[in-house]
Design a protein around this ligand. Structure first.
Ligand code: UPG
Length: 568
């Protein structure tokens, strides 16, 4: 290969040397695997083969369960999938005990990942690891092995800034706080929190305290528990949950105006870490933010123009310089036609597109409550009745509930267990998106240019709603403050958003159309996302960069091009 032929991405002469090797490790959840997979495809396609030289290979690491869940692997010669054993609870019931699932992710995956890495490195040294920010241990692995790590944050940059600056909430007295009466959260099972009870001899026993009433146990200040001691005797134990400030629902309206890049935000619009499961996993989340400071780069699944103030603020705050916004990391490349879908691979997926084809432009409401958590049965019944009463035709993704929802909905809508969401959103007959505000869904709604009816359930979905409704003004708020929203209100909101002649609806459509344009520009040649992907290639993948300390001796803070000979 003539050495003067430059690699269009890295700018290097192609010498025929070994290709660069990136290992990608997503957090095991749909909302995280999807964007990581899309990133891998983007990078692999970009670097595939230049003048018959493979310049880069990517190894995407998944649990065995996720390897099966993703189905057919992507058909790209330089992207391969490797599995680690199923050392964590199954995806099928992770929502039943989210805290337990997260603890397992934090404690059980590192060993298998590192063993896999040993095997990979024996054949082909790894030049960079791209790991989900929540996999704090992946940064430790990279640091130990002198491999630069890029941390992939799959939620909004605003939420990153909140966690990164969490100490400010504590300093200003906004955490801890009891926001009773704030946004509600219901798991399918009882809510539980770990407690520690003194036993005879001063030792402590650990239990899970379950609130089967559906009430958040953090909102209880005193409880009684029936304990069996070592002798088989039973006794009542009276416990106190601390810290548990006096409930004060007013606090939800307090304004926080000091998180870099964020506009003034009500406490109630922060992620749900004040109580419940969010509170229970907060320590783990914050741990990830200790480790992200030791990564060599940060990547957002979003695009710069969506939250420029936050990204600029983070760029001036973060100790590691490179921040890449390479999104939206959604499967937009697979869309042949953004407005209508004319060809399908098989009949199984075809039927709902045929159904969509039979409806007028922008007339259908697409309803999805996400891939992970559910709302209470009472709320679900109200949503079904409200959407039905609105008279608007709808396509509803209801996972395991599909049959029940279809029965309750009657003829007006089509209920499916799963669909090709981005294609559906881009179908010309879809005119509204009822969303739980997961970040990928939010990005997909923006890309498709569809106004949203926002119904967040948990965690980052609450601030995502604020972005959609208050900042970008491309959606309406459906959920009330922790209360069940009734069918009449739901029907009225659905009608208003889907009324193509209504003034508010027209304005929302205009604004979301503009955002969609800006999103597509970001992805196009010379767009901001394209530029950041190129920067990632240049900065991380030029001649075998290995992290090896910078001039002023901080071994965690910089990159240096040292070549493969550093290996070992
Ligand atoms: O029928 C369906 C339903 C969903 N999806 C896809 O599944 C993904 C779902 O992702 P997201 O919208 O982010 O929802 P969750 O799976 O709930 O995402 C989790 O991960 C996100 C990113 O970290 C967080 O923002 C969420 O709060 C968290 O619940 C999206 O790409 C959808 O297109 C489909 O393809 N078909």
């Amino acid at each position: 290969m003539p050495p003067e032929t430059p690699n269009p991405v890295t700018g290097e002469a192609i010498s025929g040397g070994p290709p660069r090797h990136v290992v990608a490790m997503p957090y095991p959840g749909r909302g995280h695997v999807n964007p990581m997979m899309n990133l891998c495809k983007t990078i692999a396609t970009k670097a595939a083969t230049i003048n018959n030289v493979t310049t880069l290979i990517i190894t995407l690491v998944l649990t065995e369960e996720w390897t099966a869940l993703i189905g057919e692997p992507p058909d790209l010669p330089n992207l391969r999938i490797r599995s680690i054993p199923n050392v964590i609870p199954s995806e099928l019931n992770r929502a039943a005990d989210f805290a337990g699932f997260l603890r397992a992710v934090y404690s059980k995956m590192e060993g298998p990942f590192e063993r896999l890495l040993d095997g990979l490195e024996a054949h082909h040294p790894v030049d960079a690891i791209v790991a989900d920010t929540y996999l704090a241990w992946a940064v430790a692995v990279g640091n130990r092995r002198n491999i630069p790590v890029v941390s992939l944050w799959t939620m909004s940059p605003s939420v990153f800034s909140v966690f990164y600056h969490f100490h400010l909430l504590e300093h200003k007295g906004h955490f801890p706080a009891d926001l009773s009466g704030g946004a509600g959260f219901v798991t399918r099972n009882a809510i539980s929190i770990p407690i520690s009870i003194p036993t005879y001899g001063g030792a402590r026993e650990n239990f899970e305290f379950h609130s089967t009433s559906g009430r958040d146990p953090h909102s209880l200040s005193v409880f009684m528990i029936f304990v069996e001691n070592l002798h088989g005797d039973f006794s009542w134990w009276r416990g106190v949950i601390l810290p548990c400030p006096a409930p004060d629902s007013e606090r939800g309206d307090e304004i926080v105006d000091y998180i870099p890049g964020l506009s003034p935000t009500r406490l109630a619009d922060f992620p749900t870490f004040f109580s419940g499961v969010g509170r229970e996993v907060l320590g783990l989340a914050l741990d990830a933010f200790v480790w992200v400071r030791r990564a060599q780069g940060l990547m957002f699944t979003s695009f710069y123009e969506l939250e420029p103030r936050v990204i600029d603020a983070l760029k001036s705050t973060l100790p590691f310089s490179p921040i890449y916004s390479v999104g939206p990391l959604i499967p937009h490349n697979t869309l042949a036609d953004h407005t209508t879908r004319s060809t399908t691979k098989n009949d199984h997926v075809d039927y709902y597109f045929k159904w969509l084809d039979s409806h007028p432009k922008s007339s259908v409401l697409y309803v999805s409550l996400g891939s992970f958590l559910s709302v209470s049965k009472e709320q679900m019944d109200e949503i079904i009745a409200g959407v039905h009463e609105s008279g608007v035709p709808f396509l509803w993704v209801a996972r395991g509930d599909a049959e029940r929802v279809q029965k309750a909905c009657g003829e007006k809508g089509l209920v499916v267990p799963w669909c090709d969401q981005l294609r559906v959103l881009c179908h010309g007959s879809v005119g509204g998106f009822w969303t739980h505000c997961g970040w990928n869904s939010t990005l997909e709604g923006v890309f498709a240019g569809v106004p949203m009816l926002t119904f967040p359930i948990f965690y980052d979905q609450i601030p995502d709603r604020k972005l959609i409704v208050d900042e970008w003004k491309i959606g309406r708020k459906v959920v009330g403050a922790g209360e069940v929203v009734k069918r009449a209100e739901i029907a009225s909101i659905v009608k208003e958003v889907m009324d193509l002649e209504g003034e508010e609806s027209r304005e929302m459509r205009r604004r979301v159309g503009e955002l969609s344009e800006s999103c597509r520009r970001a992805l196009a040649d010379e767009g901001s996302s394209e530029a950041d992907i190129n920067a990632f290639f240049r900065e991380f993948l030029r001649s075998g960069i290995r992290r090896d300390g910078d001039e002023d001796g901080d071994e965690n803070s910089s990159l240096r091009g040292d070549g493969y000979e550093d290996e070992g």
